[in-house]
Design a binder for this molecule. Structure first.
Ligand code: NAI
Length: 332
């Protein structure tokens, strides 16, 4: 029996989380879910969108499955998602992008993994106004965090039998910060002669990904480029509805889809829970539950390939909960 923290989040969060939970439970793994609320909805009760007991629950259980949490734009509280990754030192953000048969996309051969540094860069949140008409944000890149994410990327590449790591940067312009990032990744790459290494400037990388994504395998990026490029890669394989993610630290992990709380479709039972479910599959593999993970992933592939029970974003008309039931019915 595993103890796992479950954060439903807001917007479409509760819908996709409970659909994923139902499928994970049906796969045969025994889980005791420790349900924790966070986000704008708990501020009145606890005085903060990220109460200490939520962090304590994840620290105790070491593993969490999380729904998206809305962040107010421009003003209001800081992102709970970013804060949680910082507080728990979840330094590696893993975001696979893979083509599934049956999904309408211009590409049929994408299979890459984004390894995004999750704790620093412009996400350090150090920014301030200078008078009324100027604002400054500080971009932090350290040797320590870069070495850690670079090593994680190469180790992960090795573990998954991947052939190549591409470092993505803008070191031609940001010679100090991105220059340091690139130099450190280059040095770490020397320790992995079995894995091919190359680097790309982020703007050219975006174009290359759109023209020939099949050329790429594992990408390692600082925080901001990692965030942007992972949405681009989600778009290559069929959209945010199917793009999973994991935030991994030395002492725990939080699994969550790339997408946000999608307020435009919340509460209508039309959100696609696949991204959250596949984040759950990553969680099961992290726990060593390979058979259950394979079972769910195969059922997802089967249902999507058949195309009868898919959600609206993929061109179908099934609801979130009906889709989850179809996955369970497709279990081998
Ligand atoms: P979003 O990812 O919520 O939505 C972008 C578009 O994709 C929308 O049209 C939405 O309907 C669609 N979409 C997203 N997930 C979908 C799904 N599962 N099925 C079908 N369609 C889906 O991005 P947006 O609108 O920029 O952000 C909304 C809120 O979410 C913001 O407050 C943002 O800060 C927050 N957010 C939270 C994240 C997290 O909790 N990890 C990550 C990203 C954004």
């Amino acid at each position: 029996m595993y103890n796992i923290t479950l954060i439903p989040g807001d917007g479409i969060g509760p819908e996709v989380i409970f659909a994923a939970k139902k499928v994970i439970e049906a796969s045969g793994v025994a889980i005791n879910w420790d349900v924790q609320e966070a986000g704008g909805g708990v501020i009145e009760k606890y005085g903060t969108p990220l109460p200490q007991h939520v962090l304590d629950s994840i620290k105790k259980n070491k593993v969490a499955l999380k729904g998206p949490i809305t962040t107010p734009v421009g003003t209001g509280f800081r992102s709970v998602n970013v804060e949680l990754r910082k507080q728990l030192n979840l330094y590696a953000n893993l975001r696979p992008a893979k083509t599934y048969k049956g999904i309408a996309s211009r590409y049929d051969n994408v299979d890459l993994i984004i390894v995004r540094e999750n704790t620093e860069d412009l996400y350090a949140g150090i920014e301030h106004m200078i008078g009324e008409d100027a604002a400054e944000s500080i971009k932090i890149i350290t040797r320590k965090a870069t070495e850690r994410i670079a090593r994680y990327a190469f180790e992960h590449a090795r573990k998954e039998g991947r052939k190549k790591v591409t470092a993505v940067h803008k070191a031609n312009i940001m010679k100090c910060t991105d220059g340091l990032f690139l130099n450190v990744v280059r040095r770490v790459a020397e320790e992995y002669p079995d894995i091919q290494f190359e680097d790309r400037i982020v703007d050219a990388m975006c174009m290359n990904l759109v023209i020939s994504p099949e050329k790429y395998d594992v990408l390692v990026l600082p925080n901001l480029y990692g965030d942007i490029v992972s949405d681009l890669c989600a778009g290559l394989v069929g959209g945010l509805g199917i793009a999973p993610g994991a935030n991994i630290g030395e002492d725990g992990a939080v699994f969550e889809a790339i997408h946000g709380s999608a307020p435009d479709i919340a509460g209508q039972n039309i959100a696609n829970p696949t991204a959250t479910l596949l984040s759950g599959v990553m969680m099961l593999r992290y726990l060593g539950e390979m058979a259950a993970a394979d079972r769910i992933e195969k059922a997802v592939m089967k249902v999507i390939a058949e195309g009868k029970y898919i959600t609206r974003d993929l061109g179908g008309s099934m609801g979130t909960s009906e889709y989850a039931d179809a996955i369970i019915a497709a279990f081998e």
